[in-house]
Ligand binder design. Sequence first.
Ligand SMILES: NC(=O)c1ccc[n+]([C@@H]2O[C@H](COP(=O)([O-])OP(=O)(O)OC[C@H]3O[C@@H](n4cnc5c(N)ncnc54)[C@H](OP(=O)(O)O)[C@@H]3O)[C@@H](O)[C@H]2O)c1
Length: 386
Amino acid sequence: MKNIVILGSTGSIGTNTLDIVDRFPEEFHVVGLTAGSNDEKLEAQIRKFRPAFAALANEAAAAKLRDRCADLPVKILAGNEGVAEVAQSQDAELVISAIVGGAGLLPTLAAIRAGKQIALANKEPMVMAGALMQAEAKKHHVRIFPIDSEHSAIFQSLEGHRREDVKRIILTASGGPLWGFSREQLQDVSPERALQHPNWKMGSKITIDSATLMNKGLEVIEARWLFDIPETQIEVLVHRESIIHSLVEYTDRSVIAQLGLPDMRTPISYAMRYPERMPLDLPSLDLTEISTLTFFKPDHARFPCLQLGYEALRIGGTMPATMNAANEVAVEAFLQSGIRFLDIPDIIRSTMEAHAPRPIDGLDDALDADHWARDKAESLVHALTR
Ligand SMILES: NC(=O)c1ccc[n+]([C@@H]2O[C@H](COP(=O)([O-])OP(=O)(O)OC[C@H]3O[C@@H](n4cnc5c(N)ncnc54)[C@H](OP(=O)(O)O)[C@@H]3O)[C@@H](O)[C@H]2O)c1
């Protein structure tokens, strides 16, 4: 029995994780659950999984949750500090990090510093402060297991091989909901259309990141820190069907890949139960049914966000945190219909151009850059929507 905490339990990764717990109740015990503001969904999860601790980042929602759960033996905490406290719960062995965005940095780091093993879906903290997170993980003897399907595929393709034999890693990208759209079509695309992902059902922020290819830019940076590999050895390949989840090429030109139908429960379960594989009752991959797999080079002209990710990584220091924060602001503004789809890369680029990067010597450097970039990007959004 493994004691787990799920940060972001009401989201897409969080509910998939609880689906695994539900299928294997003898394997996992839920110690803590956290979310942002969805008190209704969190209450239902608390009633079903009976954690000792829960938290909502939104304090008013946490007060409501306390009333709703008055009949239950659960301690309900509030605010970002409350979420971070649950992340460090004494009994927890594994923390599933599945908050969306930079809001996950503090609780995930708190869990690492408390010596909890991490199953990481929340890529943005790795983008903001990857070197710092890995240094803390090393110091506290913590392993960070990737949940992102591409990074899980790389992790699996590296198993049993010598790291010095790796020539390059190749992250696959579905191309997202808008692949093949002309510039004119992209200019007028609605949030509803951009949210229609062909292969994956995910939260709205990552779905828009997938549409802009910023998701792949974030993943290149995540891969750099998860696998300690320079950006010159990380490539991206558009693969529309999302069957090959990523590949590793070795110096003898052997290529090892991991394949499977697109279902996040596979990489989540691998991160939760490593090195064992869980007997998941899911459909098997039938390649005769799929028949054709297609591959393309990324289209940097129409989807410039991937290049921005590489650029931020090359510049280093506080630039990736700046890029990430500007992206979060721009995506939110697009979803609220304030700005157009092609304004997203423009806002990120302008924010990055205005930023004077500094080294990240501690958490405050990453957080300061995050705050600065949010203000800058918000002023750019404001100028566009006035
Ligand atoms: N979905 C996927 O298939 C997938 C695949 C690979 C990687 N990822 C990564 O996994 C992370 C989660 O993605 P998702 O698709 O599961 O997102 P999601 O469905 O939007 O869920 C986000 C979760 O974070 C919580 N949350 C939001 N803001 C918060 C805050 N300020 N403080 C604390 N909790 C907060 C939400 O709570 P409320 O419900 O209360 O808002 C929810 O539980 C992202 O970093 C994403 O890039 C996702």
